[in-house]
Design a protein around this ligand. Structure first.
Ligand code: FES
Length: 427
């Protein structure tokens, strides 16, 4: 699986479904309403996670109630946010009207947050990821982040989504390996023919694979070594239920297929078929085989943890907004969990998702951030600090393949013989 970093925007989408599009200055009752995670990169990451890829969002998250809801949804969908920049302010929202008669979606977007910038991006190491995907937004900052990534990575692909025209956009063309264009962007540049647009764009980015989504016209592909673009037609869809995020799904499908080693045309065929499936359902749930939202008891997956790692987890999601109640520890193939409660005075060892490990006397140990007590990873014994000699409280886990659950919440009937139901789990 590919460790995918997505740099861009996350929003809260308030989606009203109507049986016909309303006239201006009229009142109409919605047939249904849902509130969802939105934003181009966030949507693509959500779909990629459903195909088992570890995914991380790098963008700006507001600290208000809507921002916390966005963070909770990302947590629920398995999207890591440790490098997201948290700011005071109002979370971006999209009020979306879906016309059930046609499947069209009309979006009114509101945003006043600062953009994710190079300063925030420098807190992460681009070389840690297998694929880096960017939204073309504030172009000076995006160019700087692309340039830094290009300097730091070796073989990892860098992709760029270009949904709409922006000032100074053309400075981005030289960096990516893959560029995803929207039909609206091609139209905005004066092209009605997808092949003609791609022939023009080939001159902008001669090094890149170019992908152009064309709605019901399927998608087009231009490869650096070929003069004529290739076309993947869309199959007729009986009834379009919901076209929100169909383009983001196309991008996720292409990245997934390429990360699996498929050729670019084969990847585009996979992506177009996936986008067709998306059009025939409301929302993004269940597009891939491993949707975390289908598995609410899942604590984490083995691949969420480095070979020696510790993360805070919230059983059933982060709805409380407080510190994670559990610490899941991986030490090689051994996985165990401790309550995030320090035996010294009952404080959480850390309130962050990734802030538990420190090296002490040459050994990785858990550290309580309050008074600097240290605990061994495998038995929870305090080796230094005010509670020396006491232990963290163990929590029983069950591992099913690469999925980790509380022992009393694991799905029954699927557990392979090698799982254990003890204070710790190892394989
Ligand atoms: S609360 Fe943990 S060392 Fe004091």
């Amino acid at each position: 699986m590919a460790n995918v970093l997505g740099v861009g925007i996350a929003t809260l989408d308030i989606i009203n479904e109507l049986d016909h599009y309303p006239a201006e200055d009229s009142e109409q009752r919605a047939v249904a309403q849902r509130v969802e995670l939105g934003g181009n990169v966030a949507n693509s990451l959500r779909v990629l996670r459903q195909f088992g890829h570890p995914v991380e969002f790098a963008g700006v998250l507001a600290e208000d109630a809507d921002g916390r809801r966005i963070a909770d949804l990302m947590d629920r969908y398995g999207i890591e946010t440790r490098h997201a920049r948290r700011v005071e302010g109002h979370a971006p929202t999209s009020y979306i009207t879906v016309n059930r008669a046609t499947g069209s979606r009309t979006i009114v977007h509101w945003r006043d947050l600062p953009e994710f910038d190079l300063g925030a991006f420098m807190a992460l190491d681009p070389s840690e990821y297998d694929w880096l995907h960017f939204e073309a937004r504030a172009c000076d900052e995006t160019a700087a982040m692309l340039a830094l990534s290009r300097a730091r990575v070796t073989d990892q692909p860098i992709s760029l989504e270009v949904e709409k025209d922006r000032p100074d956009l053309d400075q981005l063309w030289s960096f990516p390996d893959v560029i995803f264009f929207s039909r609206a962007f091609a139209h905005g540049r004066g092209f009605e023919e997808p092949a003609a647009f791609l022939r023009e764009a080939r001159g902008w980015a001669p090094q890149a694979i170019l992908v152009l989504g064309w709605g019901s016209g399927g998608a087009w592909l231009s490869r650096p070594d070929e003069t004529e673009p290739a076309h993947v037609p869309a199959r007729p869809v009986d009834t379009v239920i919901d076209s929100i995020a169909a383009g983001d799904t196309l991008i996720a499908g292409f990245i997934h297929a390429r990360a699996r080693g498929m050729g670019s045309l084969e990847s585009l065929e996979f992506a177009v078929r996936l986008a067709e499936r998306k059009l025939m359902q409301a929302g993004l749930a269940g597009l891939g085989p491993n949707d975390p939202a289908d598995d609410p008891d899942l604590l984490c997956r083995l691949e969420d943890l480095e070979p020696i790692d510790a993360i805070g987890v919230w059983p059933q999601g982060r709805a409380s907004g407080g510190p994670a109640p559990l610490i899941v520890v991986r030490h090689g193939e051994r996985v165990c969990a401790w309550r995030n409660v320090c035996p010294h005075n009952g404080s959480p060892l850390s309130r962050e998702r990734h802030d538990f490990l420190e090296t002490r006397q040459g050994e990785r140990q858990l550290r309580c951030n309050v008074h600097q007590a240290f605990f061994q990873l495998d038995d929870g014994l305090c080796t230094a600090g005010p509670c020396e000699g006491q232990r963290l409280e163990a929590v029983a886990l069950e591992r099913v393949d690469n999925r980790i659950y509380l022992a009393d919440r694991a799905p029954h009937g699927n557990a392979p013989p090698a799982t254990h139901r003890e204070g710790s789990v190892q394989r």
